[in-house]
Design a protein around this ligand. Sequence first.
Ligand code: SF4
Ligand code: SF4
Length: 255
Amino acid sequence: MAKILKKTKIIKVDADKCTGCRTCEIICSAFHATPRYSSNSPAKARIQIITDRLNDKWLPVFAGEYVPAECMGRTKYIIDGKEYDDCDFCRAACPSRDLFKEPDSGFPLKCDMCEDVPPQEEPMCVQWCINDVLIYEEIEEEVEEEEALQDIEAKVQLLIDKYGARDVVEKITRMTRDDYDEEVEQEEIEIRLRSLVDQYGLEYVRNIIARMTRGDHEEEAVREQEELEKKLHTLVDKYGLEFVMDKITRMTQKG
Ligand code: SF4
Ligand code: SF4
């Protein structure tokens, strides 16, 4: 299968410069609080600082994917003579530990690069780290088209399941217009689609959504028509055809 270009956001960590101030944890948790900045709790941050206080060593680790089972084997790291816990540098939220889980609900947390509408110039932890430990970069890499398709389809399907095909199609179509500007209605669709578009390009993502939603879109339209007909029948039963027709005629004349 062909390869396609994918843009990826990365944060490089210059660990030697980290002083363990934990500003990154605080700003990350505040940025993701609901409402935004209403509270901060480092336990809810999607970045955690692993420490070796005796040797003045600090290492930022970012929350990665949730994994449903702990791994079969462990890895021991010995750095400058200090042995670190098995899971210290692991990025996963996994069932065998509490790290990278929302303390109240237990839901896994994942670094989302502070995706936002309108987009941030740089992720918040990068902006707030005064020691330049965290360095933001965007890289372009070639990936297998099959991998890209799976990635896009899985993410779009989640949006379709939650919001319906019509809203997803409308949103991606708006993005193709010249006068398109970021909007905050249905923020989640906007953010997730923008992220895919940034990664793979608008045309590519739009074509995949068109293919995925062709059937759904029509089904949704038929369902809506059926619901409308049911409502009209109810009104006609209740008020009589003449009265309803008269109302509709007046509305169309007004409008
Ligand atoms: S804000 Fe920077 S220096 Fe402070 S703990 Fe985070 S990465 Fe380290
Ligand atoms: S990039 Fe954003 S979400 Fe990820 S750790 Fe930094 S502040 Fe948190």
